[in-house]
Design a protein around this ligand. Structure first.
Ligand code: ADP
Ligand code: ZN
Ligand code: ZN
Length: 807
């Protein structure tokens, strides 16, 4: 028997499964999806069985699989198909796709440490050998193989290392590391074949009696700790009872939960007319088959969540599982509660803040079929549910569904591939659908379901734009223009709440010298450093660069070196100055770093312990606070001016989502947007809260300029310490690609990327634009060209298929 194995090796460029022989002693225990140890390039690595076959491969020298690794992640066959699809589509190594699916802490790894034995025999070494020895000395004589490889950065690293090994200069020590996550076992106790009748009360102490009584009442297994608490005794009577054979020990596996289940299950509400309509559209065709794909365009507060819940319930009634994807940020207690109170223990929740044990337990509950409703962020799309019936992608326009490291997958795209492969249904939902999805829905490729009214016919908030050009002309330079300031005062007087949205954390965007125009930039990233007033520092928001803010201009010495632009800290300060009596909460990346701090701040605001919430994007999404009647957007222009063709779409989405936070209860909401470009169609449509008018403009712009959805884009980025080489490498790549592709492909660039230097390296990019593909020919050509590049170049090139950010 032979096995094709996806080897967990860090090889850039495109990998493929490698064929190994299955020794006869493993034939009985090996299965598709299992984790194995294999020899690879002179060392041992783990891999996963992609296929088992009896057909001998057409190559000689087939190596044996060394072992099947127990107690590790095992791939469901359907997810193996996703791995290979993901690698083909996103031009990513199979090993990367594999790692994207296996929950961290559930995979086994083989660690390789290289240790120097004899450095002195330097004489007759090749330059490459000397390089390795020198780097190893630099690293203290021993180093992790991958670390050493990265430091040396030479071609044929493995071969050179083997030469040194053979000469006795160094050795490689390997050890298998099993997954960290394990079931949590606690000591449990139960009665051993006794009951009331056969206890001789004279032979036992009162403490022992208390223990037995508790055990009889429990009628089963009880945790030792619980028993002690209830019986109010020490542990020693238990020991005696065990010795007497009256009580026995048993292991109990306890589930670690990240949430609590309260049993006051919520009543299902009477559906609104449009919720009913939407559900009948969803259920209309082939209930849980892949021909059933629906986009729900539902304004904020129209009750989309209830539609998802009922669809999930329909799936459960047919014995099918569901996966509901939400942006990480929406996984607040509020949404979790809705799912848990409806489906109880059938719900598993997956997000990045779970502990190792919690994640492991949730994962196993999904795998065993105990949990059949998965609510989670991006990577929950890979949940190993059986009998998949439905995937819901809420806030489908969100960019956080895209992973920004290899494989650069979009969970929405994976969801669709998965439902196509497993024949399940899909629901996309948003108040501001992505232009791509709405185009598909309006051209009949997927179904469109519209909910254009809020629940209980609540009015959408009234939105006004304040023209900051006029304010400026009239000499008003305040952060809050008059109408917004008055409105805040008004809400405070009425004990209603306010959300103020700013696009940037920190105090000011940057410091600008009014005399010479100098700004302080990050030496690693060439972006302006952001001023943080609290710590009086300048910080880079891309890397960790932090320095004291200078008192005067480092360039000309002028004392007119002051902050420019506005961040959350500055807004907080201004609010406290203008309204000293108001309670203020600031929510941004700086105040929500700790586990649960995000939820805690929101709870405080929810409980009305504060009047004003100041925040970044974080406050724009999904919050449902009924006492918020005023939203202020400090500047609508910051995103609009980004060098990205989606800038207008992002602006419209953000403004609409922020506006959707106001007036969700019985009180009407009001929104003020401050802007220097009130005539831009993104802002005008946002004021009217008119998605269709925005879509009408935007789709025309996309068509004229040949942007998605009319074309597919692939961004190719090259990183290098030398700005010239970053470009040259891509020129070579472009030349080779041009020779490999047919017509209908347009290669633009290479040019320096909009963020031209990041964390110390220069970035260039080229954009490949193609007609809408019907297959993966273009990806195959890109993979082939990548493979033909020298390995050092290959590993410095990033391919981003369907990029969501052009920066
Ligand atoms: P969306 O996700 O579309 O913005 P939500 O799902 O958050 O809207 O619903 C808005 C509010 O309406 C929530 O407070 C929700 O509990 C409530 N709601 C939803 N459906 C109904 C219904 N059929 N009857 C009464 N209230 C509802
Ligand atoms: Zn200056
Ligand atoms: Zn930086």
């Amino acid at each position: 028997m032979y096995a094709n194995i996806i080897v967990d090796a860090d090889i850039s460029g495109i990998s493929h499964p490698y064929t190994y022989n299955v020794p006869s002693n493993l034939e009985e225990v090996i299965n598709v999806g299992a984790c194995v140890a294999v020899p690879f390039g002179g060392r041992k690595l783990v891999g996963y069985v992609f296929e088992l076959t009896d057909t001998a491969p057409g190559i000689s020298n087939i190596k044996d699989i060394l072992a099947v690794v127990p107690d590790t992640y095992v791939f469901d066959p359907s997810l193996l198909n996703i791995i290979s699809w993901m690698s083909d589509y996103y031009v990513a190594p199979l090993a990367h796709s594999m790692r994207a699916i296996i929950p961290e802490t559930m995979s086994a790894t083989i660690n390789s440490v290289v240790r120097l034995i004899d450095a002195e025999k330097k004489s007759d070494k090749s330059p490459a050998q000397i390089k390795i020895v020198e780097e190893l000395i630099e690293l203290g004589g021993a180093a992790d193989l991958e670390v050493l490889k990265a430091k040396c950065n030479i071609d044929n690293f493995n071969a050179v290392l083997r030469q040194l090994n053979n000469r006795g200069c160094l050795e490689t020590i390997q050890s298998l590391e099993l997954p960290k996550a394990r079931p949590m076992i606690v000591q449990g106790l139960m009665l051993n074949n006794i009951n009331d009748a056969n206890i001789d009360s004279n032979s036992i102490t009162p403490a022992q009696n208390a223990i037995l009584k508790e055990l009889m009442q429990t009628k089963g297994i009880i945790k030792q700790s619980t028993l002690l608490k209830r019986a109010g005794t020490s542990a020693s009577p238990i020991k005696t009872l065990i010795e007497k054979g009256m009580v026995k020990k048993v292991d109990i596996e306890v589930r670690r939960r990240s949430f609590e289940i309260d049993n006051d299950s919520c009543e299902k509400p009477e559906l609104s007319a449009s919720q009913k309509d939407v559900l009948s559209i969803i259920n209309g065709s082939g209930e849980f088959s892949s021909s059933n794909k629906t986009l729900i365009y539902g304004v904020t507060g129209s009750g989309k969540t209830e539609v998802y819940l009922q669809s999930v319930e329909n799936a459960l009634n047919q014995g099918k599982s569901s996966i509901c994807l939400v942006p990480e940020i929406s996984l607040t207690t509020h949404l979790m509660k809705s799912y848990i109170s409806r489906f109880g223990d059938q719900v598993a929740i997956l997000h990045s803040k779970l502990s190792v044990g919690e994640k492991y337990d949730e994962w196993r509950r999904i795998e065993s079929g105990e949990a059949r409703v998965v609510l989670g962020a991006r990577s929950a799309v890979f949940a190993p549910v059986s009998n998949l019936g439905l995937i819901v992608v809420d806030e489908e326009h969100e960019t956080s569904y895209k992973q920004d490291r290899s494989p650069r997958y979009n969970a929405k795209r994976i969801a669709e591939t998965r439902i196509d492969m497993e024949d399940a249904a899909m629901i996309l939902g948003s108040a501001t659908p992505s232009i791509e999805s709405f185009y598909r829905a309006s051209s009949g490729d997927i179904k469109l379901a519209v909910m254009d009214k809020r629940i209980n016919d609540r009015a959408l908030a009234s939105v006004q734009c304040i023209d900051q050009r006029e304010e400026f002309e009239q000499g008003r330079r305040n952060i809050f223009c008059e109408p917004l300031k008055d409105a805040i005062a008004d809400r405070l007087a009425r004990k209603q709440q306010v959300i103020l949205f700013v696009n940037r954390r920190g105090y000011a965007h940057f410091m600008l010298c009014r005399s010479c125009g100098h700004t302080e930039k990050c030496p690693n990233c060439e972006v302006s450093l952001t001023y943080h007033a609290y710590s009086k520092t300048l910080k880079c928001h891309h890397c960790s660069e932090t320095r004291r803010a200078p008192e005067s201009c480092p360039n000309c010495g002028s004392t007119h070196f002051k902050q420019f632009g506005i961040g959350t800290e500055r807004i907080e300060e201004e609010v406290r100055k203008l309204f000293p009596e108001a309670g203020v909460i600031r929510m941004d990346a700086d105040t929500t770093r700790r586990k649960n701090s995000h939820a805690k701040l929101l709870d405080l605001f929810h409980e009305q312990k504060a009047d004003i919430l100041v925040g970044t994007q974080m406050v724009a999404k999904g919050l449902d606070f009924h006492n918020v009647t005023l939203v202020g957007v400090i500047s609508a222009d910051t995103i609009l001016n980004l060098p990205d063709f989606r800038a207008a779409e992002r602006t419209f989405q953000l403004l609409t989502q922020v506006s959707g936070r106001a007036g969700r209860g019985d009180l009407p909401g009001e929104v003020f947007i401050q802007s220097f470009s009130p005539d831009h169609y993104a802002i005008r449509s946002a004021i009217k809260q008119d998605y269709l008018s925005f879509y009408g403009h935007e789709i025309q712009f996309r068509r004229e300029l040949m942007y998605p959805p009319f074309t597919q884009l692939i961004n190719v980025i090259s990183n290098d310490p030398s700005p010239n080489y970053a470009l040259e490498r891509l020129s070579e790549f472009a030349k080779r690609l041009q020779n490999n592709v047919k017509t209908g492909i347009n290669i633009m660039g290479p040019v320096p990327a909009p963020v031209s230097k990041l964390k110390g390296v220069y970035r260039s990019h080229l954009m490949i634009r193609s007609q809408i593909p019907t297959d993966m020919t273009l990806q195959k050509s890109i993979a082939k060209v990548l493979d033909s590049m020298p390995s050092a170049d290959r590993s410095s090139i990033i391919v981003d298929v369907d990029p969501l950010s052009m920066l």
